[in-house]
Design a protein around this ligand. Sequence first.
Ligand code: C5P
Length: 306
Amino acid sequence: MRRARQLDSENYSTDDVTPVPCAHSSENPCATALTRDYLHPLRGCSSVVEHLLAKEDVASSSLVTRSSLSPQVLARDRRTTMDKLIVALDAETRAEAISLALALRHFAGWMKIGLQLFTFEGPDVVRAVRDTGARVFLDLKLHDIPSTVGAAVASAARLDVEMLTFHLLGGTEMIRAAIAAAPSSLLLLGVTVLTSADAATLRGVGIDDDLSRQAGRLAKLGIDNGVRGLVASAHELPLLRQLCGRDVKLIVPGIRAGRDVQDQKRTMTARDALAAGADYLVIGRPVTRAPDPAAAAQKLLEEMES
Ligand code: C5P
């Protein structure tokens, strides 16, 4: 492997980088990957390494300074934006999930493993996704008797996942059991009303209240019992922010840019959801089923930053 030289005064180097394939080329390098974090030797992608090696020819000293990189590349808030983006890895197999996680690792800080993947591949897939460098949100939406939910939370915590969902509809005792079992490293997220539900869905299960009131009621139940994070539709954000204050993290699925909303009913664009107070956005199919998932994620990051 070619050796690159020291890159800047912070001693980041591409020495010993193992280039990995990504969606970019040396002519069109991965802008995200060139931010400070990705100058770390263990985190380079192949296009970054090639790009940096090419820079050696033009650098006046042996150092490639930050000022030689474009403003876009140097955007300091890119990492912060990535940390707000959770990709729903709703894949069938571990191979498919890992290939997506690798393709998207320079665009999203988090990968969400849901019921489909976890049911088929089990805890190993959590470890494999973590090994790609992503933080893991385990979306199991637990809902059972209190002791079972508490035990499941404790098991999930042993997998070093950092977010885990459970249904607030399980009620006070279940919520308390879940909270009691969660270590401080695990943000337990209460699901209010699924973004695929509408008023007719609620009526069908005997709830005559409108969606917002139901989401608000469940959120309050969660907060009163120690929940620090909620999953909710972007449309409930103003209400939930008002109810819960700034300290509670609001995680928003149902992010869409166009008309193809699939089975989601209460959608919003990434930009509007952030403006409405979301802390994290969850997006699946518009990225993972795109012809070029990395390009779709890049576009989404740009929208989030705009
Ligand atoms: O593909 P899409 O963007 O619709 O994926 C959304 C993801 O967020 C799915 O994995 C879904 O299970 C999850 N989710 C949701 N609504 C909730 C909670 C989680 O859509 N209320």
